[in-house]
Design a protein around this ligand. Sequence first.
Ligand code: SF4
Length: 356
Amino acid sequence: MKMFTRKNTKIINIGGIKIGGGNPIRVQSMTNTDTRDWKATVRQIKELEMYGCEIVRISVPDMESAQNIKNIKKNISIPLVADIHFDHRIAIEAVKQGVDKLRINPGNIGSKEKVVELVKEAKKAKIPIRIGVNAGSLKDVHNFNNPCDRAKALVRGAMEHVKILEDCNFYDIAVSLKASDVSTTVEAHKIFAQKRNYPLHLGITESGSMFRGTIKSSSGLAIMLYSGIGDTIRVSLTANPVEEVKVAYQILQSLNLRNTGVDIVSCPTCSRCKVDLINIVNKLEEELAKIKKTNKKEIKIAVMGCVVNGPGEAKDADFGIAGGHGEGILFRKGKIIGKIPQDLWVKKLISLYKSI
Ligand code: SF4
């Protein structure tokens, strides 16, 4: 059950995936390979696909990278976004190579003629453009200390780019307004959402390591999502991009915005726990993350350290295990169906999950 109403943004199509309007909030990530090495880039995208990434962005800093897009596209099955700065010729090449969306700020590519030329190609190929403003690269933002003023400056920056595209009668637009602090990012999105209804790509930029970045991104994204804002999300982490995808799904699941197919309930352990519950739950989570996301009903799995609270939690779950001495009692819909040694818990839980 959702406790909030999502803003009804314009629907745009990214290589067959629709975002905006009532469409599901899509999970995005970005490769960190050298795009000139297209085989390594494909390998990383395939891994991201395995974890459920739905749209992937690559950096395209030069012509060689742009010319690799066709090869990359041929070998992946999710929409591809090219991130390009300043050079409209690289962007046009990316479009010709079949990219599904561009991330480029039209105000940074020079003359009006260059923008017109790029927009003509994007229209012909029916691909959208994401305007992505980052607080770090906007001079105006640095003139202010307080988050509200910084947010207004961020929105001013975004609107300049938006107007350039609108003046070319181009409306197939998505927007991102990123800052590395939560308050500025949240305020900027609230302001922008009142001005235009283009779909918004959310993220807290440069949010940091796995630990800090996960917390910072979750705090910021949750506030915006709970306000009904956001059509795609990227959790930016200084880590393997696969982690970004895992965290993104967890945020969406926690807010009941996406069904990831599975929810794990596990206890914090205490002196009653006589199994290696921490490792078991980590392993289970890792294995479940690799199983392709489906639209089936969310399966709740309880993994509890002992039989004191275990059976109670397991009653509410589709199935679960409550620990004993090196083994556990297996429950299904609250009924005991067997005993399992602790080293077989993960295997058993995965096979039960697959069987439903
Ligand atoms: S379920 Fe058992 S082991 Fe886990 S925290 Fe509760 S009492 Fe402790």
